[in-house]
Ligand binder design. Sequence first.
Ligand code: A3P
Ligand code: MG
Length: 253
Amino acid sequence: MHYLNAVIDIAEQAGKAILAVYQQDTAAFNITGKADDSPLTAADLAAHQLIVKALTALTPHLPILSEEAADISWEIRKTWQRYWLVDPLDGTKEFIKRNGEFTVNIALIDDGEPVLGVIHAPVLNKTYYAAKGEGAFVKTSAGVKAAKVSTPGDVIRVVGSRSHPSPDLAGYLAQFAQHDMVPVGSSLKFCLVAEGLADVYPRFGPTMQWDTGAGHIIALEAGASVSFDGITSKVYQREQLLNPHFMVSALTP
Ligand SMILES: Nc1ncnc2c1ncn2[C@@H]1O[C@H](COP(=O)(O)O)[C@@H](OP(=O)(O)O)[C@H]1O
Ligand SMILES: [Mg+2]
C-alpha cells in the first residue's frame, strides 16, 4: 500500500511531539476534561495538529476524522468513501500516569473497513503496521518482523483495559480452565494479540471508532479474528462513533 511508509513516518513524528510533552513536568501537560469526562492534554493536541497537517499534505483529497476534531455530522461523514481515522493519543490516562502504555493510531478506512493501520508506541519505540492483504509487521530499533498470532497454550493469555475495567469480563473469563489476565492501556492490547504475546482481547466496555480502526486491521492481518457485537461489516461507516463490545482473538472460533 503506497501510503504505509509515509503514515509510519507521520505516526513516529507525532510520537516525538508527544514525548516532548511527556518529558516535561506534569504542569506542562495542561490537563483538562473533555465533555465526556475523559482527560485531554497538550500532547493530544500537539499530536493531533501534526498528524492533520501531515495527512492533509499527503492526501489533500481525503477527509480526516480525528478524536480531537470529531464534531463532523453524519450527513457529511456518510458521503466519505475513504477517510483517515485518527486517535492522536490513545491511552491519555496512561500518558498522565507515565506508564508508557499509550499509542498513536492512524487508520485508512475504505467503504467502512480498515485497509491500512499504524500504531506507534513512543515510549516503547515500537511501530505496528498492516495493510489489507499484505500482512502485519512490527518495527523496533532491531528491525522489522512479521507480526503473527500464536497458537494458544493451556493457559489462555488475556489482555484487558488498565484504566477502564468492565464487570462483564469476569463472566467471560470463567469459561477458561486456566487464564492469565494482564491489564494493558491503549491499542497495545491489539498489538499483543497480533504479536502472539496474548491470545484474546475481550472488550466489554466502551471504546470509540478511533480507538480500534488501526488495531482492527493489524490484528486481522496478523491472523486474529475481530468481531463487533451486532455488526458484520462497515464498522467504521456508522452514525454512532461509539463502538459496540468486541472481541479480538487468536483462539479458534
Ligand atoms: N466511557 C467511555 N466512553 C467512550 N470511550 C471510552 C470510555 N472509557 C474509555 N474509553 C476509550 O478507551 C480508550 C482507552 O483505552 P483503554 O481503556 O483500552 O486503555 C480511550 O481512549 P483515549 O485515551 O484516546 O481517550 C477512550 O476512547
Ligand atoms: Mg485519544
